[in-house]
Design a binder for this molecule. Structure first.
Ligand code: ZN
Length: 313
Protein backbone atom coordinates (compact mmCIF):
# COMPACT_ATOMS: atom_id res chain seq x y z
CA UNK A 1 0.00 0.00 0.00
CA UNK A 2 2.78 2.38 0.93
CA UNK A 3 4.46 1.84 -2.44
CA UNK A 4 1.20 2.76 -4.22
CA UNK A 5 1.11 6.09 -2.40
CA UNK A 6 4.78 6.65 -3.11
CA UNK A 7 4.17 5.96 -6.80
CA UNK A 8 1.19 8.32 -6.81
CA UNK A 9 3.25 11.01 -5.15
CA UNK A 10 5.98 10.61 -7.75
CA UNK A 11 3.40 10.86 -10.57
CA UNK A 12 1.94 14.01 -9.00
CA UNK A 13 5.39 15.55 -8.63
CA UNK A 14 6.14 14.62 -12.22
CA UNK A 15 3.01 16.42 -13.37
CA UNK A 16 4.02 19.39 -11.26
CA UNK A 17 7.31 19.62 -13.08
CA UNK A 18 5.68 19.24 -16.50
CA UNK A 19 3.02 21.83 -15.75
CA UNK A 20 5.06 24.98 -15.21
CA UNK A 21 3.01 28.11 -14.70
CA UNK A 22 1.42 29.00 -18.03
CA UNK A 23 2.55 32.09 -19.92
CA UNK A 24 -0.24 34.65 -19.64
CA UNK A 25 -1.23 35.99 -23.06
CA UNK A 26 -3.59 38.79 -23.97
CA UNK A 27 -4.95 38.72 -27.50
CA UNK A 28 -5.94 42.30 -28.23
CA UNK A 29 -8.61 42.90 -30.89
CA UNK A 30 -11.68 45.05 -31.54
CA UNK A 31 -10.91 46.93 -34.74
CA UNK A 32 -9.54 46.40 -38.23
CA UNK A 33 -8.94 48.64 -41.20
CA UNK A 34 -11.88 47.14 -43.09
CA UNK A 35 -14.11 44.10 -43.61
CA UNK A 36 -11.27 42.32 -45.45
CA UNK A 37 -9.84 41.37 -42.03
CA UNK A 38 -12.30 39.21 -40.09
CA UNK A 39 -10.69 39.83 -36.68
CA UNK A 40 -13.39 38.01 -34.71
CA UNK A 41 -12.60 34.83 -36.61
CA UNK A 42 -8.82 35.22 -36.77
CA UNK A 43 -8.67 35.87 -33.00
CA UNK A 44 -10.42 32.54 -32.38
CA UNK A 45 -7.99 30.72 -34.68
CA UNK A 46 -4.93 32.27 -33.01
CA UNK A 47 -6.37 31.56 -29.55
CA UNK A 48 -6.74 27.90 -30.46
CA UNK A 49 -3.18 27.79 -31.83
CA UNK A 50 -1.72 29.23 -28.64
CA UNK A 51 -3.77 26.91 -26.44
CA UNK A 52 -2.67 23.89 -28.48
CA UNK A 53 0.96 24.70 -27.67
CA UNK A 54 0.21 23.79 -24.05
CA UNK A 55 2.24 26.70 -22.65
CA UNK A 56 -0.15 29.60 -22.70
CA UNK A 57 -3.19 30.85 -20.81
CA UNK A 58 -5.02 33.10 -23.26
CA UNK A 59 -7.39 35.98 -22.50
CA UNK A 60 -9.06 37.92 -25.31
CA UNK A 61 -9.36 41.65 -24.63
CA UNK A 62 -11.61 43.50 -27.08
CA UNK A 63 -11.13 47.25 -27.36
CA UNK A 64 -14.06 49.58 -28.14
CA UNK A 65 -14.46 50.49 -31.81
CA UNK A 66 -12.17 53.32 -32.97
CA UNK A 67 -14.92 55.94 -32.58
CA UNK A 68 -16.11 54.45 -29.27
CA UNK A 69 -15.66 55.52 -25.65
CA UNK A 70 -12.21 54.58 -24.36
CA UNK A 71 -12.64 56.17 -20.90
CA UNK A 72 -13.23 52.76 -19.28
CA UNK A 73 -10.80 50.79 -21.43
CA UNK A 74 -7.79 50.31 -19.16
CA UNK A 75 -6.39 46.81 -19.74
CA UNK A 76 -3.95 45.72 -17.02
CA UNK A 77 -1.06 45.00 -19.40
CA UNK A 78 1.27 44.07 -16.54
CA UNK A 79 -0.86 40.97 -15.82
CA UNK A 80 0.33 39.47 -19.11
CA UNK A 81 3.75 38.34 -20.28
CA UNK A 82 2.83 38.99 -23.90
CA UNK A 83 0.19 40.93 -25.82
CA UNK A 84 -0.74 39.47 -29.22
CA UNK A 85 -2.04 42.28 -31.37
CA UNK A 86 -4.77 41.35 -33.82
CA UNK A 87 -5.79 44.99 -33.70
CA UNK A 88 -5.64 47.75 -36.29
CA UNK A 89 -6.89 51.12 -35.04
CA UNK A 90 -5.82 54.61 -36.15
CA UNK A 91 -5.00 56.01 -32.71
CA UNK A 92 -5.43 55.72 -28.93
CA UNK A 93 -5.84 58.21 -26.08
CA UNK A 94 -2.46 59.46 -24.83
CA UNK A 95 -2.88 57.89 -21.38
CA UNK A 96 -3.46 54.45 -22.91
CA UNK A 97 -0.45 54.83 -25.21
CA UNK A 98 1.70 55.81 -22.22
CA UNK A 99 0.56 52.76 -20.25
CA UNK A 100 1.41 50.43 -23.11
CA UNK A 101 4.80 52.09 -23.68
CA UNK A 102 5.63 51.72 -19.98
CA UNK A 103 4.61 48.05 -20.11
CA UNK A 104 6.92 47.42 -23.06
CA UNK A 105 9.84 49.48 -21.75
CA UNK A 106 9.78 47.56 -18.48
CA UNK A 107 10.00 44.14 -20.18
CA UNK A 108 6.63 43.38 -21.75
CA UNK A 109 6.14 41.18 -24.78
CA UNK A 110 4.35 41.97 -28.03
CA UNK A 111 3.41 39.88 -31.05
CA UNK A 112 2.14 41.80 -34.07
CA UNK A 113 0.22 39.79 -36.66
CA UNK A 114 -0.34 40.88 -40.28
CA UNK A 115 -2.75 43.88 -40.45
CA UNK A 116 -1.90 44.85 -36.87
CA UNK A 117 1.17 46.51 -38.43
CA UNK A 118 -1.19 48.92 -40.21
CA UNK A 119 -2.24 50.44 -36.87
CA UNK A 120 -1.16 53.70 -35.22
CA UNK A 121 0.73 55.42 -38.07
CA UNK A 122 1.40 58.53 -35.93
CA UNK A 123 2.48 56.81 -32.69
CA UNK A 124 6.31 56.91 -32.81
CA UNK A 125 6.87 54.36 -30.02
CA UNK A 126 4.53 51.82 -31.62
CA UNK A 127 6.30 52.20 -34.95
CA UNK A 128 9.60 51.67 -33.19
CA UNK A 129 8.21 48.47 -31.65
CA UNK A 130 7.03 47.03 -34.97
CA UNK A 131 10.03 48.23 -37.01
CA UNK A 132 8.02 48.54 -40.21
CA UNK A 133 4.36 49.13 -41.00
CA UNK A 134 2.07 49.87 -43.91
CA UNK A 135 -0.98 51.81 -45.10
CA UNK A 136 -2.96 54.43 -43.12
CA UNK A 137 -1.10 57.25 -44.90
CA UNK A 138 2.45 56.16 -44.07
CA UNK A 139 5.00 57.66 -46.49
CA UNK A 140 8.65 58.80 -46.33
CA UNK A 141 8.32 60.50 -42.88
CA UNK A 142 7.42 57.06 -41.40
CA UNK A 143 10.95 55.87 -42.23
CA UNK A 144 12.59 54.11 -45.16
CA UNK A 145 11.33 51.02 -46.93
CA UNK A 146 13.20 47.95 -45.65
CA UNK A 147 14.01 44.81 -47.64
CA UNK A 148 16.77 42.35 -48.46
CA UNK A 149 18.80 42.91 -51.61
CA UNK A 150 21.73 40.74 -52.65
CA UNK A 151 21.37 38.80 -49.41
CA UNK A 152 21.68 41.86 -47.16
CA UNK A 153 19.31 44.18 -45.32
CA UNK A 154 18.87 47.39 -47.29
CA UNK A 155 16.60 50.42 -47.10
CA UNK A 156 15.22 53.12 -49.36
CA UNK A 157 14.28 56.52 -47.88
CA UNK A 158 12.68 57.73 -51.15
CA UNK A 159 9.03 58.80 -51.18
CA UNK A 160 6.04 56.59 -51.83
CA UNK A 161 3.17 55.04 -49.94
CA UNK A 162 3.88 52.19 -47.51
CA UNK A 163 2.18 48.85 -47.93
CA UNK A 164 1.23 46.84 -51.00
CA UNK A 165 0.59 43.24 -51.94
CA UNK A 166 -0.35 41.25 -55.02
CA UNK A 167 -2.85 38.45 -55.45
CA UNK A 168 -2.93 35.93 -52.64
CA UNK A 169 -0.76 32.94 -53.48
CA UNK A 170 1.48 30.43 -51.74
CA UNK A 171 5.07 31.66 -51.51
CA UNK A 172 8.44 30.59 -50.16
CA UNK A 173 9.78 32.05 -46.92
CA UNK A 174 13.57 32.11 -46.45
CA UNK A 175 15.25 32.17 -43.02
CA UNK A 176 17.78 34.98 -42.56
CA UNK A 177 18.67 34.50 -38.90
CA UNK A 178 18.59 30.70 -38.47
CA UNK A 179 20.32 30.81 -35.06
CA UNK A 180 17.59 32.98 -33.51
CA UNK A 181 15.56 30.99 -30.93
CA UNK A 182 12.35 31.42 -32.97
CA UNK A 183 13.92 29.85 -36.06
CA UNK A 184 16.34 27.36 -34.52
CA UNK A 185 15.68 23.89 -35.96
CA UNK A 186 13.48 25.14 -38.80
CA UNK A 187 14.51 24.43 -42.41
CA UNK A 188 16.31 27.22 -44.33
CA UNK A 189 13.20 27.78 -46.47
CA UNK A 190 9.57 26.69 -46.46
CA UNK A 191 6.42 27.23 -48.48
CA UNK A 192 3.83 29.44 -46.82
CA UNK A 193 0.18 28.72 -47.61
CA UNK A 194 -1.89 31.17 -49.71
CA UNK A 195 -1.51 34.66 -48.24
CA UNK A 196 -0.81 38.30 -48.97
CA UNK A 197 2.90 39.05 -49.36
CA UNK A 198 3.34 42.50 -47.82
CA UNK A 199 5.79 44.82 -49.62
CA UNK A 200 7.01 48.42 -49.38
CA UNK A 201 6.66 48.50 -45.59
CA UNK A 202 8.24 51.58 -43.99
CA UNK A 203 9.42 52.36 -40.50
CA UNK A 204 12.35 53.22 -38.25
CA UNK A 205 13.70 49.65 -38.45
CA UNK A 206 15.45 50.23 -35.11
CA UNK A 207 16.69 47.29 -33.00
CA UNK A 208 15.20 45.03 -35.69
CA UNK A 209 16.44 41.60 -36.72
CA UNK A 210 14.83 40.38 -39.92
CA UNK A 211 14.31 36.68 -39.23
CA UNK A 212 12.84 35.68 -42.60
CA UNK A 213 12.04 37.17 -46.00
CA UNK A 214 10.04 36.30 -49.11
CA UNK A 215 10.70 37.25 -52.71
CA UNK A 216 8.10 39.69 -54.05
CA UNK A 217 7.71 38.74 -57.71
CA UNK A 218 7.21 41.76 -60.01
CA UNK A 219 4.81 39.54 -62.02
CA UNK A 220 2.47 39.77 -58.98
CA UNK A 221 2.89 43.50 -58.24
CA UNK A 222 6.02 42.75 -56.22
CA UNK A 223 9.15 44.85 -55.77
CA UNK A 224 11.68 42.31 -57.01
CA UNK A 225 13.19 42.40 -53.50
CA UNK A 226 13.12 39.93 -50.64
CA UNK A 227 10.62 41.50 -48.30
CA UNK A 228 10.68 41.15 -44.50
CA UNK A 229 8.15 38.56 -43.29
CA UNK A 230 9.25 37.76 -39.72
CA UNK A 231 11.08 40.16 -37.43
CA UNK A 232 12.37 40.23 -33.86
CA UNK A 233 12.78 43.58 -32.15
CA UNK A 234 13.56 45.17 -28.81
CA UNK A 235 11.97 48.21 -27.22
CA UNK A 236 13.49 49.10 -23.86
CA UNK A 237 13.49 45.79 -21.97
CA UNK A 238 10.59 44.53 -24.08
CA UNK A 239 10.67 41.97 -26.89
CA UNK A 240 8.59 42.04 -30.06
CA UNK A 241 7.87 39.35 -32.64
CA UNK A 242 6.35 40.77 -35.83
CA UNK A 243 4.89 38.49 -38.49
CA UNK A 244 3.43 40.06 -41.62
CA UNK A 245 1.77 36.72 -42.43
CA UNK A 246 -1.80 35.73 -41.57
CA UNK A 247 -4.41 37.53 -43.70
CA UNK A 248 -7.22 35.02 -43.18
CA UNK A 249 -8.08 31.51 -41.99
CA UNK A 250 -6.30 29.92 -44.94
CA UNK A 251 -3.07 31.81 -44.26
CA UNK A 252 -3.34 31.13 -40.53
CA UNK A 253 -3.83 27.40 -41.18
CA UNK A 254 -0.25 27.13 -42.53
CA UNK A 255 1.87 24.96 -40.23
CA UNK A 256 4.74 27.39 -40.90
CA UNK A 257 2.62 30.27 -39.61
CA UNK A 258 1.41 28.32 -36.57
CA UNK A 259 4.92 27.18 -35.60
CA UNK A 260 6.56 30.59 -35.91
CA UNK A 261 3.58 32.24 -34.17
CA UNK A 262 3.68 29.85 -31.18
CA UNK A 263 7.46 30.14 -30.92
CA UNK A 264 7.41 33.91 -31.45
CA UNK A 265 4.86 34.32 -28.64
CA UNK A 266 7.00 32.26 -26.26
CA UNK A 267 10.12 34.20 -27.19
CA UNK A 268 8.42 37.59 -26.80
CA UNK A 269 7.12 36.52 -23.38
CA UNK A 270 10.22 34.78 -21.97
CA UNK A 271 13.21 35.31 -24.29
CA UNK A 272 13.40 31.53 -24.82
CA UNK A 273 11.80 28.92 -27.07
CA UNK A 274 11.18 25.43 -25.68
CA UNK A 275 8.81 24.17 -28.39
CA UNK A 276 9.84 21.49 -30.87
CA UNK A 277 9.43 21.90 -34.62
CA UNK A 278 6.47 19.74 -35.76
CA UNK A 279 7.10 16.84 -38.14
CA UNK A 280 4.61 18.22 -40.65
CA UNK A 281 6.46 21.53 -41.00
CA UNK A 282 6.33 22.64 -44.68
CA UNK A 283 9.27 22.00 -46.97
CA UNK A 284 10.95 24.36 -49.43
CA UNK A 285 8.62 23.08 -52.15
CA UNK A 286 5.31 22.14 -50.58
CA UNK A 287 2.85 23.80 -48.24
CA UNK A 288 1.56 22.08 -45.13
CA UNK A 289 -1.63 23.32 -43.53
CA UNK A 290 -4.33 22.42 -41.02
CA UNK A 291 -7.61 21.76 -42.84
CA UNK A 292 -9.51 21.98 -39.53
CA UNK A 293 -8.29 25.55 -38.96
CA UNK A 294 -8.87 26.63 -42.58
CA UNK A 295 -12.43 25.30 -42.24
CA UNK A 296 -13.15 27.69 -39.35
CA UNK A 297 -13.86 30.30 -42.06
CA UNK A 298 -17.55 29.94 -43.02
CA UNK A 299 -16.82 30.41 -46.74
CA UNK A 300 -14.15 27.73 -46.72
CA UNK A 301 -16.32 25.37 -44.71
CA UNK A 302 -19.15 25.64 -47.26
CA UNK A 303 -16.74 25.17 -50.15
CA UNK A 304 -17.33 28.69 -51.51
CA UNK A 305 -14.22 30.74 -52.13
CA UNK A 306 -14.37 34.17 -50.53
CA UNK A 307 -14.78 36.97 -53.03
CA UNK A 308 -13.19 40.33 -52.32
CA UNK A 309 -15.00 43.36 -53.63
CA UNK A 310 -13.08 45.57 -51.25
CA UNK A 311 -9.34 45.79 -52.00
CA UNK A 312 -7.86 43.73 -49.22
CA UNK A 313 -4.93 44.77 -47.04
ZN1 ZN B 1 -4.62 41.24 -45.14
Amino acid sequence: MKSVWTALLIVMMGCGFAMAAPVKVMILDGQSGGAYHDWKLTTQIMKRQLEEAGLFEVTVVTAPPADGDFSNFRPDFAKYQVVVSNYDAPDWPVSLKNEFENYMRSGGGLVVVHGADNAFPDWPAFNEMIGVGGWRGRDAPAGPKWYYRNGKLDSDPGPGPAGMHGQRTPFRVTARAPAHPILRGLPPAWMHHTDELYTRLRGPGKNMTVLATAYADPANRGTGFDEPMLMALNFGKGRIFHTTLGHDATALSCVGFITTFQRGAEWAATGRVTQKVPKNFPTADSVSYRADLAAMAPQTASGVQPTSRIPAK
